[in-house]
Design a protein around this ligand. Structure first.
Ligand code: G2H
Length: 251
């Protein structure tokens, strides 16, 4: 059985005080880590403070991006070594906003995943299709291609601890959600792509989240599906009450 994982992606929202207050408000209420993994990914500037704020709870803190090099002349970047230094546990990699707005390539994402694994940081690897690709019937080919490139040159034991997030681009922040059945079909295709690369045992262990307008009203149906092991949540992770409802639905 795969343990569900609910990750909040705050994107570029919240003041510093709002971020600290959020963690203080929920940290004692997090459901047992035996039942669900709970993660908040705040803006990078807040990471060290929130790691300390959450340290007496089972809430994990993740970054929204990182560079693949340990250090160097890369103005504005943050390295996996730095994230590891401040005890960050997860990193979102290859979010469609990074791919589209910051020109991230599959090759760079592959290097970032390698770097995260080397530092013991769990990567949440995003993939997903545009509306145009969906309408052209290319959804499964697109996500399989992204996953095949992202997961190039790993060992099965490394892959089984990774998290993959299927996020149809047309469903992100739009209020449109893929139907639970459609999301499950694509998550199944992703699992098959992992199986092709690393075998059935690894594919059965890797956790696949759905992301794109997930909210308390639709989480239960999504999580009831065989291949959906959690959610990567933007808007509905910004309020403590709705984030807690998502965790409770998964626990
Ligand atoms: C998709 C998701 C979080 P939202 O980007 O990664 O955002 O839940 O607001 O659609």
């Amino acid at each position: 059985m795969r343990k569900p994982i609910i990750a909040g992606n705050w994107k570029m929202y919240k003041s510093f005080d709002e971020a600290v207050d959020f963690i203080e408000e929920i940290q004692q209420e997090i459901p047992s880590p035996d039942k669900v993994d709970a993660v908040i990914c705040p803006p990078a500037l807040y990471l060290p403070t929130l790691v300390v704020a959450a340290e007496d709870s089972s809430l994990a803190i993740g970054a929204q991006n990182m560079h693949f090099e340990d250090e160097g002349a890369f103005t504005g970047e943050i390295s996996p070594k730095m994230l590891s230094n401040v005890n960050v546990d997860y990193v979102i990699l290859g979010h469609s906003e990074r791919r589209e707005l910051f020109n991230e390539t599959d090759e760079a994402i592959n290097k970032k995943i390698r770097a995260a694994i080397n530092y013991g940081i769990v990567p949440i690897i995003c993939c997903g299709e545009t509306l145009e690709e969906r309408e052209a019937g290319q959804t499964e080919t697109k996500v399989a291609r992204q996953i095949t490139k992202a997961l190039k040159d790993f060992a099965p034991v490394e892959v089984e601890h990774m998290v993959i997030a299927y996020e149809p681009i047309w469903a992100i922040g739009t209020g449109k959600t893929a139907t639970a059945d459609d999301a499950n079909t694509v998550c199944c295709a992703i699992r098959l792509a992992v199986e092709t690369l690393y075998g059935k045992d690894t594919a059965e262990k890797v956790r696949i989240q759905y992301g794109g307008s997930v909210k308390p009203e639709n989480i239960e149906e999504l999580l009831s599906k065989e291949h959906i092991d959690g959610a990567l949540v933007g808007g509905a992770s910004l309020q403590p009450a709705s984030f807690m409802k998502l965790l409770e639905a998964a626990a």
